[in-house]
Design a protein around this ligand. Structure first.
Ligand SMILES: NC(=O)c1ccc[n+]([C@@H]2O[C@H](COP(=O)([O-])OP(=O)(O)OC[C@H]3O[C@@H](n4cnc5c(N)ncnc54)[C@H](O)[C@@H]3O)[C@@H](O)[C@H]2O)c1
Length: 327
């Protein structure tokens, strides 16, 4: 049903998907695992482990290094593999390498996947990679493409929960606006928290505006870097959990009264974000279709931060599109 790869996120993700956490406990699954040719022996090991889990839902696991095999009649594509940033590599070089990968994968999705396929891009720079994949798959609706900002969303929820001594489940409707990068804007102006059975606004509950406008935002923006510094590896368990949350919400819809953050095409938004960007917005999902949450008032503080991350995405897009014709 979907296909991540042999990397560290995929290693956590595959078990959760295969045991039914995402598509439900009664949905049989065929997992197609795509990676590059040098990783095929590693992938064989992952296949063996999946088999050894003896999971009732797993009908077949197909490892491959061929896009035409990986994308054939696919329902859900989770694009986790991308070119990692190496030491000394310029951001432009990274973009160039990834444009090549996501152009190729987009074109293959266009050719081989179902037109209803849902495509979730995780590999960084996730927003721009997703935009490139979508542009390379003109016969698949743009709305079927989304990129992962749910990890940032979950990080924001958890920071609020930790501050108040409640659980993450008690916090809802945080928003991540913009790019999955350090310019992202975690916004809790519309978020609610359940404190002792009563639902209140996060600003009202925390009563510390300078923390909410300062350290809270910085902590969420820089959490990925903090995990790398501590673990010497980027977030994997939490990224896999966020992918599960993201895809499950696409499949089954968002709970009543709740919205989530997702990188989606900005066309037709009412928040003044330029069109044709893959920008993270608050969305609700029903019948496997997302909609922007409309009508949230935006204050000057938020406006400035939303514009800053839009500017970064516009620049990223311009560079990527330049490479697209030569990729
Ligand atoms: N959006 C997010 O919130 C978020 C969070 C964490 C990590 N990430 C990103 O997710 C990506 C994967 O992270 P990871 O820790 O699993 O990395 P990893 O290096 O452990 O795994 C990446 C895998 O992708 C494979 N790969 C490389 N090029 C490929 C291609 N063209 N086709 C298919 N597979 C290919 C690699 O061989 C490897 O197995 C990275 O780009 C990382 O920055 C995104």
């Amino acid at each position: 049903m979907s296909f991540p790869s042999a990397g560290q996120i995929a290693y956590s993700l595959l078990y959760s998907i295969a045991k039914g956490d995402v598509f439900g406990k009664d949905q049989p699954l065929v997992l197609v695992l795509l990676d590059i040719t040098p990783m095929m022996t590693v992938l064989e090991g992952v296949v063996m482990e999946l088999q050894d889990c003896a999971l009732p839902l797993l009908r077949e696991v197909i490892p491959t290094d061929k896009e035409e095999v990986a994308f054939k009649d696919l329902d859900v594509a989770i694009l986790v593999g991308s070119m990692p940033r190496r030491e000394g590599m310029e951001r432009k070089d990274l973009l160039k390498a990834n444009v090549k990968i996501f152009k190729s994968q987009g074109a293959a999705l266009d050719k081989y996947a179902k037109k209803t396929v849902k495509v979730v891009v995780v590999g960084n720079p996730a927003n721009t990679n997703c935009l490139i994949a979508s542009k390379s798959a003109p016969s698949i609706p743009k709305e079927n493409f989304s990129c992962l900002t749910r990890l940032d969303h979950n990080r924001a929820k958890s920071q609020i929960a930790l501050k108040l001594g409640v659980t993450a489940n008690d916090v809802k409707n945080v928003i991540i606006w913009g790019n999955h990068s350090s310019t992202q804007y975690p916004d809790v102006n519309h978020a609610k928290v359940n404190v002792k059975g009563k639902e209140v606004g996060v600003y009202e509950a925390i009563k510390d505006d300078s923390w909410l406008k300062g350290d809270f935002i910085l902590t969420v923006q820089q959490r990925g870097a903090a995990v790398i510094k501590a673990r010497k590896l980027s977030s994997a368990m939490s990224a896999a959990k966020a992918i599960c949350d993201h895809v499950r919400d696409i499949w089954f819809g968002t709970p009543a009264g709740e919205f989530v953050s997702m990188g989606v095409i900005s066309d037709g938004n009412s928040y003044g974000v330029p069109e044709d960007l893959l920008y993270s917005f608050p969305v609700v999902i029903k019948d496997k279709t997302w909609k922007f949450v409309e009508g949230l008032p935006i204050n000057d503080f938020s406006r400035e931060k939303m514009d800053l991350t839009a500017k970064e995405l516009t620049e990223e897009k311009e560079t990527a599109v330049e490479f697209l014709s030569s990729a």
